[in-house]
Design a protein around this ligand. Structure first.
Ligand code: FMN
Length: 211
């Protein structure tokens, strides 16, 4: 059963192992509670780091289950932080989910490892629900990669025009996104591409120093 669900998570939901995806978790205590969290899929389980000072954490301690809702719009993440009441929640069995999710997974906690004000939770998927839309889980890695590409493409023109402060500013952003990628997409194609862009930008800046 778990093996089948694992295949579905990868094939139908598009989760790539090792990449952090942002989803909206709906946990539950006296009422359902949506909040964005980052999850990583690995060896058939989802992993999330949840801070102890959040309502999501308190809820999971009471009901060790929640849904992970796949959404694609940044606006829904905004609502999940600041306008929770705007999100439409529905119930199926023991699970509360977002009515507007492209897909949702019902998961249960199988392990909690506390570490200085936060805990790494491992969740086992036990239920998968797809809507009509082909889901595409949201990862910051896509945005970061495109930002790196855009910035790298401007470094040479800036250097050629003598705009060295501007070139350095873009290089610093590339360094920042490269570090982010190492955290959210370690040992993936995303990280390999980010590294290639970072190295190309570093070479350009190095030539500048050398010349
Ligand atoms: C895209 C995004 C991802 C987030 N990921 C996490 C996370 O992985 N763990 C966490 O504890 N908080 C995360 N947060 C912060 C919580 O969602 C935010 O603090 C929340 O509104 C408070 O949680 P609560 O409503 O459960 O108290 C994230 C926020 C955003 C916008």
């Amino acid at each position: 059963m778990l093996v089948e669900l694992t295949l579905l998570v990868v094939a139908e939901l598009g989760f790539v192992e090792g990449v952090v995806y942002e989803v909206i978790a709906v946990s539950f205590s006296s009422k359902p509670h949506p909040a964005p969290i980052g999850v990583r899929f690995k060896d058939g389980l989802f992993e999330a780091t949840i801070y102890h000072d959040t309502a999501t954490y308190a809820n999971l301690k009471v009901h060790p289950m929640c849904t992970l809702n796949v959404v694609r719009s940044g606006l829904l993440f905004y609502d999940a932080v600041y306008m929770k009441h705007k999100l439409r929640v529905m119930r199926e069995g023991d699970y509360w989910f977002l009515a507007d999710a492209d897909a949702w997974l019902g998961v249960t906690v199988v392990e909690e490892s506390p570490d200085r004000g936060r805990s790494v939770f491992k969740f086992k998927p036990s239920m998968l629900h797809l809507s009509q839309v082909k889901p595409k889980p949201y990862t910051r890695a896509d945005g970061a990669l495109v930002e790196m590409l855009v910035h790298e493409s401007r470094i040479k023109p800036y250097i050629d025009s003598g705009l060295l402060v501007e070139a350095k500013r873009l290089y610093d952003l590339i360094v920042h996104y490269n570090e982010l990628m190492a955290r959210i997409a370690q040992n993936t194609e995303y990280q390999a591409y980010a590294k290639a862009i970072y190295e190309s930008a570093t070479r350009r800046m190095g030539e500048l120093k050398g010349g």
